[in-house]
Write a protein that binds this ligand. Structure first.
Ligand code: CA
Length: 303
């Protein structure tokens, strides 16, 4: 199945168009496969991928996951750009990103490559996946691999119809993987700067969980910085918060991380009856909830 990155225009790991891993704001946060000796032509860790130093390029079947599109680098900056006094700062500025390049330079990707990328990530211990892509075509294999993964998937709700007018994902037209009815998926819609659902953003009071800023987002692009809009840009804000929560307590299950996020939101009147929570993601709230749960558990253990 051919699908698209949402246009307009990825631990804690990004299935996307790759990453500019030389970028001044990202280079310190790129995942490194320390079981692989770089560029020796040997599959040292015997995982089926030769010299997979930072991830893999599933689109072109090689070890160079550099971003030839800019979408993946933009998403990555929102999750994990360094707090180094230059450029921008990601939601979780010290987490590592694995570049699972699946989209080609034009932003198209195949479901079979997505499935291989998920399996690669899972086998290397990835617990969070950012999925800023989608299509209306259901894949049973993709459903199964996500379901059995023990990871949490932040998935874009989608950017509406051909005129970029948001659609109801609870209706006949779905947007996968966001529309898979699975407990380890968070489906993310976009708000604009006024707290309204973005005109392009899909929604769904049953199937779309939460919203985040997705209009004119400033982040990293290859060699610099730029603005992009879309549910693709909203989703990595939630992935960043998931990374913060998980960093606080690495023993949390995917469902527990999801529950922390969905129980600590910031309600917005304009989102009521549009999405499940009627709210946007709240990093401070999610961290407070996680820390108060830890204190409660700590007390129980000491009694
Ligand atoms: Ca290898």
């Amino acid at each position: 199945t051919l699908r698209t990155l949402f246009p307009y225009t990825t631990l804690f790991r990004s299935i996307d168009s790759g990453i500019d891993y030389y970028h001044e704001d990202l280079k310190d946060n790129i995942w490194n496969n320390n079981k692989e000796i770089p560029d020796n032509g040997i599959d040292d860790d015997k995982n089926g991928y030769v010299d997979d130093r930072n991830g893999w390029n599933f689109a072109y079947d090689n070890n160079n996951s550099y971003d030839d599109n800019s979408h993946g680098t933009h998403v990555s900056g929102t999750i994990a750009a360094s707090s180094n006094g230059i450029g921008v700062v990601g939601v979780a500025p010290t987490v590592k990103i694995m570049a699972l390049k699946v989209a080609n330079s034009r932003g198209f990707l195949y479901t079979s490559d997505v499935i291989n990328a998920i399996q690669y990530g899972v086998s290397n211990g990835v617990k969070l996946f950012n999925c800023s892509f989608g299509s209306k075509d259901f894949s049973q294999t993709e459903y199964d691999v996500i379901k059995s993964s023990n990871a949490l998937f932040m998935c874009s709700a989608g950017n509406g119809d051909i005129n970029q007018i948001g659609l109801d994902n609870d209706g006949l037209v779905k947007n996968y993987p966001a529309s898979f009815d699975l407990p380890n998926i968070i489906s993310v819609s976009s708000i604009d700067k006024n707290g309204y659902l973005s005109t392009f953003s899909n929604y769904g009071v049953v199937s779309v969980d939460i919203a985040a800023p997705g209009g004119s987002i400033y982040s990293t692009v290859p060699g610099g910085y730029g603005y992009k809009s879309g549910t693709s840009m909203a989703t990595p804000h939630v992935t960043g918060v998931a990374a913060l929560v998980l960093s606080e307590d690495m023993n949390l299950s995917p469902i527990e991380v999801k529950n922390r996020i969905l129980k600590s939101t910031h309600k917005l009147p304009k989102l009521k009856n549009k999405i499940v929570t009627g709210a946007i993601v709240d990093a401070f709230g999610a961290m407070n909830l996680t820390r108060s749960e830890e204190r409660r558990v700590g007390k129980e253990c000491s009694q």
